[in-house]
Design a protein around this ligand. Sequence first.
Ligand code: PMP
Ligand code: GLU
Length: 397
Amino acid sequence: MYISKRVNSIKPSPTLAIDAKAKALKQQSIDIVNFGVGEPDFNTPVNIKEAAILAINENFTKYCPVSGTLEIKNAIINKLKRDNGIAYSPEEIIVSNGAKHSLYNLFQSIIDDGDEVIILAPYWVSYPDMVILAGGKPVIIQTNDKINFKVTPAAIEKTLTAKTKAIIVNSPSNPTGVTYTGEELKAIAQVCVKHKILIISDDIYEKLVYDNFKFTSIAEVSPQAKEFIVVVNGVSKAYSMTGWRIGYAAGPKNIIAAMTKVQSQSTSNASSISIKAATEALNGTQECVESMRDKFEKRRNFIVERLNALEGVVCIKPEGAFYVFPNIKVFLGKTFNGKIINTDIELADYLLDTAKIAVVPGSAFGAEGHIRLSYAVSIENIKTGIDRLEEACCSKC
Ligand code: PMP
Ligand code: GLU
């Protein structure tokens, strides 16, 4: 009773739900290896924490402008110039309570009832539901591991209708880690600009790329397309600041103004203290980013090798993010502990109950027959977790 049809049409975030379940089991002293949530396991760097403490001590604790202080906007503008070579003005920037909130504001600002938003599967769990909540229709383009989980411009063009409003590009990708090259992005941008489709570029994993892969934002490969692009980014992943809740968007003034209006009627400004901390993250030393990236790269190498050593499991070695997305179809239809496991959802349940490892089923990302493992856990835990996976799936059938 009382709940709107709109809210009844979406589901809770499955990644957060699995993390909550894993953490609850941990609290009962059950030894869980949590590959579930996408959250760096490092502490927030000291210089960033000190900036927040200073903000409190200096009483920077009042409301500030809805879309963020000029100071953090300048830090973002400098970052976008320095790292991506794109020039923005303060009116083209909004700071929100996480990149998720920027995306939410954006969908509320651009979608009319029935508008279509193209989403590339496997996709981050929240995109379709946020589009639905805004009254839009997610239109999914399916990819698979045989094509390296990448979409072609031709596939995008074929999917366009008179109702297509936007497309979300997330590179490096959650959940596959697959990352597009500048050339690939340029070709995608050309199709979108030709049809005047808004490109939402979710660059949150920008800093986490491996093997000297050069990250490119779609906004930088196509400067003439700037009016068709909204870049979404944040400090959660690069600086291990998930709990601080700071994300931002950069895009055309009218879209940023609309997002600011939505935010002014919901959360107002993001936390003033977190804004100071994020400003330091963006302006201060970037050594911490490289040190975390380096650790993630070693973990990626280790987990990919271990997974591919399991008979029948196929795991692409991704260029970025901190996820692997192995194809585990080899386990489906088999009997483990006297019970047939038919789907990735049943496999994830079995792994949590029996092997005490938390993973997210591929179905949550629109790709059955896979599981997502976040390697934002120590090498020791990765080793224990994959040993358990092997024991539960390779010796019990
Ligand atoms: N986009 C993607 C692809 C993500 O994986 C996440 C992770 N939470 C976000 C956006 C949002 O991050 P946050 O809200 O913590 O900035
Ligand atoms: N993006 C992270 C993940 O996919 C955090 C959880 C969430 O916001 O969904 O696990």
